[in-house]
Write a protein that binds this ligand. Structure first.
Ligand SMILES: NC(=O)C1=CN([C@@H]2O[C@H](COP(=O)(O)OP(=O)(O)OC[C@H]3O[C@@H](n4cnc5c(N)ncnc54)[C@H](O)[C@@H]3O)[C@@H](O)[C@H]2O)C=CC1
Ligand SMILES: CC(=O)C(=O)O
Ligand SMILES: [Mg+2]
Length: 372
């Protein structure tokens, strides 16, 4: 198969779809990889490095999209990229379609077959292609939140861990999945006073077993979310209903009642965000303020640490990229129900139920799409 990797063009996105190591594996399987010039600059991998791994370096994204049978990326295609996709072409990347009607419309219009990293399910459950970036974003959420709490950013002017004789900050993490667990780890490490809320008792039990009295686990209800958010110094939004728009768990009225200078980090912003006052921001301009509450809502947090993130992402995506290239998308998805769960759009149809429901489209089940 001829596989294309364009340079990422989202704001401050320095990751790249494939490492030289992944290119080498695909080459060894008899595939050819086109990579846009300088696509790996952000991870310290230059064009000769990719060439040595077997890639052909091409000058423009337009050429990558025009020639490749499958495009492997990181972030959702931007409008200029959607315009380059064509019927029959496979797109393998993050999509986050439920909160993004424009991108969905463009992908449907392109006629392409789009497989979303974030809805692929592992052999033993979980979301193996979302997890590595959730590990990164969960750890970064506390870093970002600590920075926002500094006075110059409008924050309360508090150190997360306090010092002897002065109390630590109260950190409330809503959602104890991969993002949440990684945020807990860093917040505990920094000495914060950590509360984690989830509606899965199983998740809370795992976190309780791991951290014991170092954290408080709380069953998530409207009442408990409100009680903990209102006296928090830092709140991390880390909930997910796979593929669906994030549930709004904190209302504007509640944000208004929060402490002035407290901080909301909405990691779930890529699925639309879980605070009513959230809107996506970029690394170039990450923070805004609503009623004196600082909001950090960057939709591609791992893009800021592209070296860590690209290698972590490729560790997870490579087996799937190889399966798609070796077998073609129909057989690869036919053989693996978990990969089939990644199919979001095919030939002008929405093939993921939660996306169809969120955006008001008819749903063509992926199993039927395989026969189209
Ligand atoms: N902004 C960014 O750069 C990034 C964002 N993300 C996003 O972070 C979000 C979380 O991802 P993961 O941790 O991997 O998901 P996950 O599936 O591992 O965890 C989500 C958790 O939310 C819990 N949950 C669902 N509804 C809830 C509710 N009403 N109250 C409390 N808990 C609730 C679930 O029980 C689950 O434990 C996703 O939207 C993901 O796309 C992930 C990576 C980077
Ligand atoms: C998952 C996601 O949105 C990201 O890694 O940018
Ligand atoms: Mg997005």
């Amino acid at each position: 198969m001829l596989i294309g990797v364009p340079r990422e063009i989202k704001n401050n996105e320095f990751r790249v779809g494939m490492t030289p190591g992944s290119v080498r594996e695909l080459s060894a399987h008899g595939h050819r990889v086109l990579i846009e010039a300088h696509a790996g600059a952000g991870i310290g991998c230059d064009d000769p490095h990719y060439h040595a791994a077997g890639a052909e370096i091409v000058d423009s994204a337009a050429e990558v999209f025009a020639r490749a049978e499958m495009i492997v990326k990181v972030k959702e295609p931007q409008p200029a990229e959607c315009a380059l996709l064509r019927p029959g072409q496979v797109l393998f990347t993050y999509l986050h379609l439920a909160p993004d009607p424009e991108q969905t419309r463009a992908l449907l219009a392109s006629g392409c077959t789009a497989i979303a990293y974030e809805t692929v399910v592992g052999a033993h459950g979980g979301l193996p292609l979302l997890a590595p970036m959730s590990e990164v974003a969960g750890r970064m959420a506390i870093q970002a939140g600590a920075h926002c709490l500094e006075k110059e950013n409008g924050g309360l002017g508090m150190l997360l861990g306090g010092v002897p004789g002065v109390a630590a900050a109260k950190v409330v993490i809503i959602g104890g999945g991969v993002v949440g667990a990684n945020a807990v780890r860093i917040a505990v490490g920094m000495g914060a006073n950590v509360f984690v809320l989830d509606r899965s008792i199983e998740r809370l039990k795992q976190l309780d077993e791991q951290y014991g009295a170092q954290i408080a686990t709380v069953f998530s209800t409207r009442e408990s979310v409100e009680a903990h958010v209102l006296d928090a110094d830092l709140v991390v939004g880390a909930v997910l209903v796979p593929g669906a728009a994030a549930p709004k768990l904190v209302s504007r009225a509640q944000v208004t009642q929060m402490k002035k200078g407290s901080v909301l980090v909405d990691v779930a912003i890529d699925q639309g965000g879980c605070f009513e006052t959230s809107h996506p921001t970029t690394h170039a301009d990450p923070i805004y303020v609503v009623d004196e509450v600082i909001h950090y809502c960057v939709a591609n947090m791992p893009g800021a640490v592209p070296r860590t993130s690209t290698f972590a992402l490729n560790n997870a995506t490579l087996p799937y990229t190889l399966a798609l290239a070796d077998k073609g998308w129909r057989r690869a998805l036919g053989d693996d129900a978990g990969l089939r769960a990644g199919l979001n759009v095919h030939a002008g149809h929405v093939t993921y139920a939660a996306v169809a429901e969120a955006l008001g489209y008819a749903h063509l089940p992926a199993e039927e799409a395989l026969r189209h």
